[in-house]
Design a protein around this ligand. Structure first.
Ligand code: AR6
Length: 171
Protein backbone atom coordinates (compact mmCIF):
# COMPACT_ATOMS: atom_id res chain seq x y z
CA UNK A 1 0.00 0.00 0.00
CA UNK A 2 1.46 3.43 -0.86
CA UNK A 3 2.37 5.92 1.84
CA UNK A 4 -0.34 8.56 1.92
CA UNK A 5 -0.82 12.11 3.11
CA UNK A 6 -3.98 13.23 4.90
CA UNK A 7 -4.84 16.81 5.80
CA UNK A 8 -6.81 17.64 8.94
CA UNK A 9 -7.33 16.55 12.53
CA UNK A 10 -5.64 13.22 13.26
CA UNK A 11 -8.35 12.28 15.79
CA UNK A 12 -10.89 12.09 12.98
CA UNK A 13 -9.02 9.47 10.95
CA UNK A 14 -10.25 5.93 10.61
CA UNK A 15 -7.08 4.05 11.61
CA UNK A 16 -6.05 1.47 14.24
CA UNK A 17 -3.40 3.74 15.74
CA UNK A 18 -2.91 7.47 15.97
CA UNK A 19 0.49 8.72 17.04
CA UNK A 20 0.71 11.48 19.61
CA UNK A 21 3.55 14.04 19.53
CA UNK A 22 4.18 13.59 23.25
CA UNK A 23 6.52 14.92 25.94
CA UNK A 24 8.74 12.68 28.09
CA UNK A 25 6.36 12.82 31.05
CA UNK A 26 3.43 11.80 28.80
CA UNK A 27 1.36 14.59 30.28
CA UNK A 28 -1.39 16.46 28.51
CA UNK A 29 -0.05 19.29 26.37
CA UNK A 30 -1.06 21.57 23.53
CA UNK A 31 -1.05 20.99 19.78
CA UNK A 32 -1.91 17.51 18.56
CA UNK A 33 -1.37 16.18 22.09
CA UNK A 34 -4.19 18.38 23.39
CA UNK A 35 -6.53 17.22 20.62
CA UNK A 36 -5.74 13.56 21.33
CA UNK A 37 -6.24 13.90 25.09
CA UNK A 38 -9.58 15.62 24.45
CA UNK A 39 -10.70 12.85 22.12
CA UNK A 40 -9.56 9.99 24.37
CA UNK A 41 -11.02 11.34 27.60
CA UNK A 42 -9.74 11.26 31.21
CA UNK A 43 -8.71 7.60 31.27
CA UNK A 44 -5.82 8.50 28.99
CA UNK A 45 -4.27 10.68 31.70
CA UNK A 46 -4.04 7.70 34.09
CA UNK A 47 -2.77 5.33 31.41
CA UNK A 48 -0.08 7.81 30.41
CA UNK A 49 0.97 8.28 34.03
CA UNK A 50 1.48 4.51 34.26
CA UNK A 51 3.43 4.35 30.98
CA UNK A 52 5.66 7.38 31.74
CA UNK A 53 8.40 8.40 31.47
CA UNK A 54 9.27 7.96 27.83
CA UNK A 55 12.74 9.12 26.74
CA UNK A 56 13.11 11.30 23.66
CA UNK A 57 13.29 9.12 20.55
CA UNK A 58 11.16 6.39 22.09
CA UNK A 59 7.44 5.56 22.11
CA UNK A 60 4.84 4.07 24.45
CA UNK A 61 1.42 2.66 23.66
CA UNK A 62 -1.94 3.04 25.42
CA UNK A 63 -5.50 2.18 24.51
CA UNK A 64 -7.41 4.83 22.57
CA UNK A 65 -10.22 4.94 25.16
CA UNK A 66 -12.90 7.33 23.83
CA UNK A 67 -10.92 8.21 20.68
CA UNK A 68 -11.84 6.65 17.35
CA UNK A 69 -8.49 4.87 17.12
CA UNK A 70 -8.07 1.60 19.00
CA UNK A 71 -4.60 2.54 20.29
CA UNK A 72 -2.51 5.65 20.77
CA UNK A 73 1.24 5.54 20.37
CA UNK A 74 2.94 8.34 22.27
CA UNK A 75 6.14 9.24 20.46
CA UNK A 76 8.56 11.74 21.92
CA UNK A 77 10.39 13.75 19.31
CA UNK A 78 13.32 16.05 20.05
CA UNK A 79 13.12 19.73 20.90
CA UNK A 80 14.90 21.58 18.06
CA UNK A 81 18.14 23.16 19.34
CA UNK A 82 19.74 24.07 16.01
CA UNK A 83 20.42 20.62 14.61
CA UNK A 84 23.76 19.76 16.22
CA UNK A 85 22.33 17.87 19.18
CA UNK A 86 21.33 14.62 17.53
CA UNK A 87 17.87 15.88 16.66
CA UNK A 88 17.66 14.06 13.31
CA UNK A 89 18.57 10.66 14.78
CA UNK A 90 16.14 11.18 17.66
CA UNK A 91 13.31 12.13 15.32
CA UNK A 92 13.99 9.13 13.10
CA UNK A 93 14.04 6.91 16.18
CA UNK A 94 10.65 8.25 17.33
CA UNK A 95 9.14 7.07 14.02
CA UNK A 96 10.93 3.73 14.11
CA UNK A 97 9.94 2.94 17.71
CA UNK A 98 6.32 3.90 16.95
CA UNK A 99 6.24 1.46 14.06
CA UNK A 100 7.73 -1.27 16.25
CA UNK A 101 4.93 -0.70 18.75
CA UNK A 102 2.33 -0.80 15.97
CA UNK A 103 3.71 -4.04 14.59
CA UNK A 104 3.85 -5.55 18.09
CA UNK A 105 0.15 -4.76 18.55
CA UNK A 106 -0.78 -6.31 15.21
CA UNK A 107 -2.15 -3.00 13.90
CA UNK A 108 -2.88 -2.73 10.20
CA UNK A 109 -3.01 1.07 9.98
CA UNK A 110 -1.26 3.98 11.67
CA UNK A 111 -1.32 7.76 11.24
CA UNK A 112 1.56 10.04 12.21
CA UNK A 113 1.38 13.77 12.86
CA UNK A 114 4.44 15.86 11.95
CA UNK A 115 6.24 15.05 15.21
CA UNK A 116 8.33 17.88 16.74
CA UNK A 117 7.32 20.50 14.14
CA UNK A 118 4.98 22.53 16.35
CA UNK A 119 5.82 23.49 19.92
CA UNK A 120 9.19 21.65 19.66
CA UNK A 121 10.24 23.85 16.72
CA UNK A 122 11.74 21.35 14.27
CA UNK A 123 11.98 22.87 10.75
CA UNK A 124 9.11 21.41 8.77
CA UNK A 125 10.87 20.50 5.51
CA UNK A 126 13.68 18.70 7.30
CA UNK A 127 11.24 16.91 9.57
CA UNK A 128 9.17 15.75 6.57
CA UNK A 129 12.31 14.39 4.93
CA UNK A 130 13.21 12.42 8.06
CA UNK A 131 9.66 11.16 8.54
CA UNK A 132 9.46 9.86 4.98
CA UNK A 133 12.92 8.28 5.02
CA UNK A 134 12.27 6.63 8.42
CA UNK A 135 9.00 5.14 7.22
CA UNK A 136 10.53 4.00 3.94
CA UNK A 137 13.36 2.32 5.85
CA UNK A 138 10.77 0.54 7.97
CA UNK A 139 8.85 -0.52 4.90
CA UNK A 140 11.98 -2.12 3.48
CA UNK A 141 12.11 -4.33 6.59
CA UNK A 142 8.48 -5.01 7.43
CA UNK A 143 5.14 -5.39 5.66
CA UNK A 144 3.14 -4.31 8.74
CA UNK A 145 1.40 -2.06 9.52
CA UNK A 146 0.12 -2.15 5.94
CA UNK A 147 -1.31 1.36 5.87
CA UNK A 148 0.89 4.26 6.99
CA UNK A 149 -0.44 7.82 6.78
CA UNK A 150 1.16 11.18 7.37
CA UNK A 151 -1.49 13.47 8.83
CA UNK A 152 -0.74 17.14 8.27
CA UNK A 153 -2.59 19.96 9.90
CA UNK A 154 -2.29 22.31 6.94
CA UNK A 155 -2.15 22.08 3.17
CA UNK A 156 1.32 23.67 3.12
CA UNK A 157 2.66 21.02 5.53
CA UNK A 158 1.14 18.35 3.31
CA UNK A 159 2.95 19.80 0.30
CA UNK A 160 6.31 19.19 2.01
CA UNK A 161 5.40 15.52 2.45
CA UNK A 162 4.14 15.17 -1.10
CA UNK A 163 7.43 16.58 -2.37
CA UNK A 164 9.40 14.08 -0.29
CA UNK A 165 7.22 11.18 -1.35
CA UNK A 166 7.73 12.20 -4.97
CA UNK A 167 11.50 11.88 -4.64
CA UNK A 168 13.32 8.63 -5.17
CA UNK A 169 14.39 6.94 -1.92
CA UNK A 170 17.90 7.92 -0.78
CA UNK A 171 20.43 5.11 -0.56
N1 AR6 B 1 -4.08 16.77 14.02
C1 AR6 B 1 -2.95 16.66 13.29
N2 AR6 B 1 -1.87 17.45 13.44
C2 AR6 B 1 -1.96 18.45 14.36
C3 AR6 B 1 -3.11 18.64 15.17
C4 AR6 B 1 -4.20 17.75 14.97
N3 AR6 B 1 -5.33 17.84 15.69
N4 AR6 B 1 -2.88 19.70 15.99
C5 AR6 B 1 -1.65 20.15 15.71
N5 AR6 B 1 -1.09 19.40 14.73
P1 AR6 B 1 2.83 19.80 18.25
P2 AR6 B 1 5.55 18.87 18.97
C6 AR6 B 1 0.25 19.49 14.12
O1 AR6 B 1 3.11 21.14 18.80
O2 AR6 B 1 6.16 19.96 18.16
C7 AR6 B 1 2.72 19.20 23.32
O3 AR6 B 1 2.46 20.10 24.33
C8 AR6 B 1 1.01 20.80 14.25
O4 AR6 B 1 0.57 21.71 13.25
O5 AR6 B 1 1.53 19.17 18.55
O6 AR6 B 1 6.10 17.49 18.81
C9 AR6 B 1 3.31 17.88 23.80
O7 AR6 B 1 2.75 17.48 25.03
C10 AR6 B 1 2.43 20.34 14.02
O8 AR6 B 1 2.71 20.26 12.62
O9 AR6 B 1 3.97 18.71 18.75
C11 AR6 B 1 4.76 18.21 23.91
O10 AR6 B 1 5.05 18.88 25.12
C12 AR6 B 1 2.45 18.91 14.57
O11 AR6 B 1 1.09 18.56 14.80
C13 AR6 B 1 5.00 19.14 22.74
O12 AR6 B 1 3.75 19.77 22.50
C14 AR6 B 1 3.23 18.73 15.86
O13 AR6 B 1 3.05 19.88 16.68
C15 AR6 B 1 5.39 18.38 21.50
O14 AR6 B 1 5.68 19.31 20.47
Amino acid sequence: MPLTVAVGDITQLDVDIIVNAANEALTRGGGVCGAIFRAAGPRLIEACARAAPCPTGDARMTPGFDAKARWIVHAVGPIWRGGAYGEAALLESAYHRSLERAKGAGATSIAFPAISTGIYGYPKEEAAQIAVSAVRAWRALSKTPEEILFCCFSESDAEAYRRELGKAPRC
